[in-house]
Design a protein around this ligand. Sequence first.
Ligand SMILES: Nc1ncnc2c1ncn2[C@@H]1O[C@H](COP(=O)(O)OP(=O)(O)OP(=O)(O)O)[C@@H](O)[C@H]1O
Length: 322
Amino acid sequence: MSAEAPTYEELQRRALAAAAPRGRAAGTAIVCDRLVRIFTTAGVEVQALQGLELTVAQGDLVGLVGASGSGKSTLLNILAGLDVPTAGTASVGGYDLLEMSARDRLRYRREAVGFVWQQTARNLLPFLTAAQNIALPMQLKGNGRGAAKRHAVRTAELLEALGIAELADRRPAALSGGQQQRVAIAVAMANNPAVLLADEPTGELDSETGSAVFEAFRTVNRELGATVVIVTHDPMVAGEVRRTVAMRDGRTSTEVLRRVVTDEHGTESVSEREYVMLDRTGRVQLPPKFLEALGMEHRVAVDLAPDHIELRPDTHAASEHL
Ligand SMILES: Nc1ncnc2c1ncn2[C@@H]1O[C@H](COP(=O)(O)OP(=O)(O)OP(=O)(O)O)[C@@H](O)[C@H]1O
């Protein structure tokens, strides 16, 4: 190793510092640190979240993917303020989700987060028009001086931004599934929440309608500055967000980041790179396909190179039995 190369301890120190919780850092919308959620049913414990770590920057658009049972809905319900974690820390828009009083929790759900569910019917009140549905969260928040005018202006702004102005006076039954979801996004955005959460919002829609709804999420992210987290099985959604976080066994395991690159001819293309998550203690979850390809299990040899870390199959295993 050359004299300039950092030592293993130095690299580990830097890695831990980089993975330290960034809760108080400006520009962070969501911070989850060692989040645990244990459900007990009939005496049997299920660890739905097992020390999950996740940081989402303000203004980010994140897709959350993972096999059934990996803990996506559990995480979303906690972030939505509908469920409370067993241990760990979680904060959204400056609210501490473990320490909130019942009153703060109600305010949090009304003002700090917006939610769009998969079931289109669950998002809207059937007896109100699209415009009335959008105005309702603002009315629940408060009706001070000039409120009616402000609510009407915000409602018109949201209808316009989401391209549904002509649907303002229709009730949900007179809207298609995709139109209902776009109204639902406007409802969720009514009080300008710090974070917009969505659980399979395109799950009940055909692919064309689904992409129009996804475009609406992109619009509120880009034009209204909303931080958006979408749980999805839809490859179109997962493949088109800036950041896709994959969950495995109640933890975030891998992450794909995408950015637009321009070549020397000025042609733009999307470049994507997969990362594994490094937790505060230096633990990583390696992709199973890599481990299987090299027959790695139980123990691996680890070496420090000047600018990376090498992992190799344990070749000493056979010669150990002398
Ligand atoms: N209320 C509950 N009581 C008991 N166990 C639960 C409860 N909610 C979730 N679980 C369990 O926690 C684990 C994670 O469930 P979760 O619904 O968060 O997964 P998911 O990734 O959202 O799955 P899917 O993609 O199927 O919706 C599962 O083993 C599930 O059975």
